[in-house]
Design a protein around this ligand. Structure first.
Ligand code: 4AD
Ligand code: MG
Length: 463
């Protein structure tokens, strides 16, 4: 008897086939003469219905234990379902119960729970329809990320999580230390003596793998990282996490144009892959979470993204009749309300904004000829706002040094980064895609805490 996943059975199997499934009971209904039980194994949105006749051996006793949340293995024959909503059901020959579950205290009852409440059940919420669908889509996205780059000959590189540099220069770093914080070693002048710390100097959790990706791009041309990044920004919003996953491609011999082309092709590829791999889950989101999800996916795949400069974006915002909370003025960063206006209302599709003012962007971005702007690009998406941030990098040592000094970054610490400009420097570019933001965009989930299994946010590291 073959052990099968429910997704495989409901998609591909036929009546009369004998199968074994295992999973968790979602519902049980006792009727006269027989009972229904629905089992879910996480592979599929739909449950597989098990119809148990009352002449099943130990019927009464087994039924008593088959409660919502309990774990079972069922072997039996597939039959065409009489009921609506499913093609096949299973007539059991053998039912094995692994762990029962008290229906009185099991926190996930058959009614709808709020996502906020489900966040307090981080250990159980992935057994619900919505979170189950989210994490299958998340998996399909991750798979698509690797396929996209591997098909194009990019090397997957692993950048460190512990680093001594602040790539974005925003100071939003979590410190890594093994000091006894109640009594750290001090220097003669009374400062904390980091030479005695584990790494011999201050160290942090990385905010981005970019600088190390640039190193690897200088020997492999096209590389990408895909891993967790950490930011100690105290942002309690529906789009920020303290720990999030980022995909960062880096390409040697590439300019901003090539960077934008890759970003656009990448997003289209991921959307198509998820539609192909998880059609039932995407239908579910479209029906239950956000009625525009499928239309949006279609729109992404089949339309070119808009491309405008920051200066044009500011002009558009100034001309719009919309009242914004934050001021719009050349030189100020775009706020999420501005980003969403551009993508959601003006263009009604993703828009790539380029050439931001030098003063509001990171030190590594390539200075444009006008000296006032840098070769940056942000991809803004309807509903989520900034989904990708990228740039062409400064490959000229003198210019880079000036920018490092202006940003008050430690020139000596970046000796290896500067060396790349000294030995075989080349125009290069890359970007970072916020993985959770793309899952949010795709599923229509309104809070980023519901698209990562174990969200880390200010005041919260439970589970
Ligand atoms: O724009 P960011 O800060 O860019 C970088 O880190 C560059 N080093 C990337 C590169 O060029 N290699 O971040 C990139 C993306 C953002 O566009 C956003 O989607 C996501 O990362 N992001 C966050 N996602 C969730 N929570 C947060 N706190 C995030 N901060 C950024
Ligand atoms: Mg950014």
């Amino acid at each position: 008897m073959e052990k099968k996943r429910i997704a495989d059975i409901l998609r591909n199997s036929n009546p009369d086939e004998t199968v074994t499934i295992q999973g968790w009971v979602r519902t049980k209904r006792e009727l006269k003469g027989f009972s229904f039980m629905e089992v879910n194994d996480g592979s599929f949105l739909a449950n597989l219905q098990v119809v148990i006749d009352s002449d099943f051996p130990n019927y009464e006793e087994i039924l008593k234990q088959l409660n919502i949340g309990s774990s079972v293995r069922v072997s039996g024959v597939l039959v065409e379902s009489q009921g609506k909503g499913q093609r096949l059901e299973i007539k059991p020959q053998d039912i094995e119960i692994f762990g029962d579950s008290d229906p009185e205290t099991y926190p996930l009852q058959k009614k709808r729970h709020s996502f906020e409440f489900l966040r307090t059940l981080g250990h159980l919420r992935s057994r619900t329809n919505t979170l189950g669908a989210v994490f299958r889509v998340r998996n399909a996205c991750a798979d698509a990320v690797h396929r996209f780059f591997q098909e194009r000959g990019f090397l997957w590189i692993h950048t460190p999580l512990i680093t001594a540099n602040d790539c974005e220069g925003a100071g939003e770093l979590f410190r890594v230390t093994n000091f006894d914080l109640t009594n750290p070693p001090k220097t003669k002048s009374g400062d904390i003596d980091y030479t005695q710390d584990f790494f011999g100097k201050p160290a942090y959790l990385t905010v981005s793998g970019q600088l190390e990706a640039e190193v690897m791009a200088m020997s492999f041309q096209d590389v990408y990282t895909f891993g967790p990044t950490f930011r100690a920004e105290n942002s309690n919003t529906s789009r920020h996490l303290a720990e999030f996953w980022m995909i960062e491609p880096e390409m040697a011999f590439c300019d901003l144009e090539g960077d934008m082309d890759l970003a656009e092709a990448f997003l289209k590829y991921i959307f198509q892959a998820v539609l192909d791999q998880c059609p039932e889950d995407m239908e579910f989101f479209n029906k239950r979470i956000d009625k525009t999800v499928l239309e949006t996916a279609d729109n992404i795949i089949n339309n070119e993204f808009a491309r405008i400069s920051y200066t044009e974006a500011v002009n558009l915002l100034e001309k719009s009749s919309r009242k914004f909370e934050y001021p719009v003025e050349w030189g100020l960063d775009l706020q999420s309300e501005h980003e969403r206006y551009l993508a959601e209302e003006h263009f009604k599709k993703p828009v790539i904004v380029t050439d931001y003012p030098t003063a509001i962007k990171a030190f590594y971005m390539r200075l444009n000829e006008d000296q006032n702007t840098v070769a940056a690009m942000d991809v803004l998406a309807p509903k989520v706002g900034e989904i990708i941030g990228g740039s062409q990098r400064e490959e000229r040592l003198e210019v880079l040094d000036r920018r490092i000094e202006e940003a008050e970054m430690p020139l000596e610490e970046l000796w290896w980064y500067r060396d790349l400009r000294r030995y075989g420097t080349v125009p290069h570019a890359g970007f970072g895609l916020g993985f959770e933001r793309v899952v949010q965009f795709m599923t229509g989930m309104s809070n980023i805490r519901d698209v990562i299994p174990f969200p880390r946010t200010p005041q919260n590291a439970e589970f």
